[in-house]
Design a protein around this ligand. Structure first.
Ligand code: MG
Length: 394
């Protein structure tokens, strides 16, 4: 018997025992319920404390990843685990080097997280508020706690999160697959490999190779393309010319065309752009969204930027309420963080959730690629299972 069903049996036993005990003593109704509550509290106090532990892990990339002249073959992550009452929730912090967090900084942060004051893991709002207050920034470290907590709470409630959000898990946009900057020959080869599995491709632009890359891809496929300039265009009118050219090439959206703080130029560009313009580097968290209305057409939400699922779902809902488009993005991540994202991107306009598909040592089974979409599993929580031995400690 696995730990989940053992735990269910145990809780069923406790519940029926408490009800039976109450049924055979017949004082007042008030003391019935007091007895039941008392026996639950005693149970909670003796056996149910949340225990957070972690392990550093290095993701091996299938192909060298290049953006704006910077290449790498590995991405460090820290995996987290919260144990409670025989159940286990998993989380992840992904740490691409340019974002300023490291395995050491995440572990330092996690050492400061004390969950002993919380008796109920389903009180997520309260717990993540505390975690957020420990230090500023550290958004990936915070996300690793938030994701593990959601996984755990979903297992306690025995439901995947997409159901609790009220979503159809298949009502999601196609995920883009990124074709890295490379020689024409390699670009054509990678495009042909990707064409059978994906319905939209993403190209990193913002450098001198933009038109060459797009033309190489267009020479072998008609699939729609999205482009991400990663702040690479500095002149607004040149950017606009480029966007008109890209539209002729069946590009459907542009991510972060210009430097993140140049909001005036971006607003003027968005106003006349024939393609929707999405914020990535210009946006981190919920509190950034309102000032970006009218500047960008939409926002790219990433769990590692926004401290996790609790804030991501609020960002989705606020952006939609403001009439903005929404996209779910990711870093290079295992299926743990990708599965967390897969729970909450129903009804969004675009998705870039290829992170786990780019690595050769994914240590979780979870959301899977089906007809070009990343689809959540039906397991409770974020829907993941580790597929190898991982040694968590604290
Ligand atoms: Mg981006």
């Amino acid at each position: 018997m696995n730990s989940i069903s053992m735990n269910k049996e145990r809780r069923h036993f406790i519940k029926s025992t408490a009800i039976a005990a109450a049924a055979f003593t017949v004082p007042s109704v008030a003391s019935y319920s007091n007895n039941i509550i008392f026996s639950f509290n005693k149970q909670n106090k003796s056996s149910s404390k949340m225990k957070l532990s972690w392990t550093p892990y290095n993701l091996q990339l299938k192909h060298t990843f290049t953006i704006s002249g910077f290449s790498r073959t590995t991405t460090p992550v820290v995996l987290t685990k919260i144990e409670y009452d025989g159940l286990v929730g998993y989380g992840e912090a992904s740490l691409p080097p340019y974002l300023g967090e490291s395995q050491a900084s995440v572990i330092d942060f996690l050492k400061r997280v004390d969950l002993s004051g919380f008796s109920d893991p389903t009180h997520i709002e309260e717990i993540v508020h505390y975690v957020d207050s420990i230090a500023i920034n550290n958004t990936a470290a915070k996300a690793s706690v938030d994701i593990a907590l959601h996984d755990l709470a979903g297992k306690i409630i025995n439901s995947p999160w997409y159901k609790m959000y009220g979503f159809d898990k298949t009502d999601v946009p196609d995920t883009t697959f990124t074709i890295g900057i490379d020689t024409d020959e390699v670009v054509r080869e990678k495009t042909l490999e990707a064409e059978d599995m994906f319905n939209i491709l993403k190209v990193k632009v913002g450098g001198p190779d933009d038109k060459r890359m797009i033309s190489a891809i267009r020479s072998v496929t008609d699939l729609p393309l999205s482009v991400d300039a990663n702040q690479g265009w500095t002149d607004r009118l040149q950017a606009l010319d480029m966007i008109y050219w890209l539209k002729e090439q069946d590009v459907v959206m542009v991510e972060q065309p210009m430097p993140k703080n140049d909001l005036d130029s971006i607003a003027r560009l968005t106003e006349v752009s024939p393609l929707p313009i999405f914020a990535d580097e210009s946006l981190q968290r919920l509190s950034d969204i309102e000032r970006l209305k009218g500047v960008f057409s939409g926002i790219n939400i990433k769990l590692m930027k926004c401290t996790g699922m609790n804030e991501a779902i609020k960002m989705r809902n606020l952006a939609k309420a403001l009439g903005m488009k929404v996209m779910m993005g990711c870093m290079t991540e295992t299926s743990c963080a990708i599965s967390a994202a897969s729970q909450l991107y129903s009804g969004m306009d675009f998705a870039d959730l290829d992170g786990a598909l780019l690595i050769s040592n994914d240590c979780f089974d979870g959301a899977t690629l089906k007809n070009g979409k990343i689809i959540a599993s039906d397991l409770p929580g974020i829907g993941v299972t580790p597929n190898r031995e991982l040694s968590f400690s604290r």
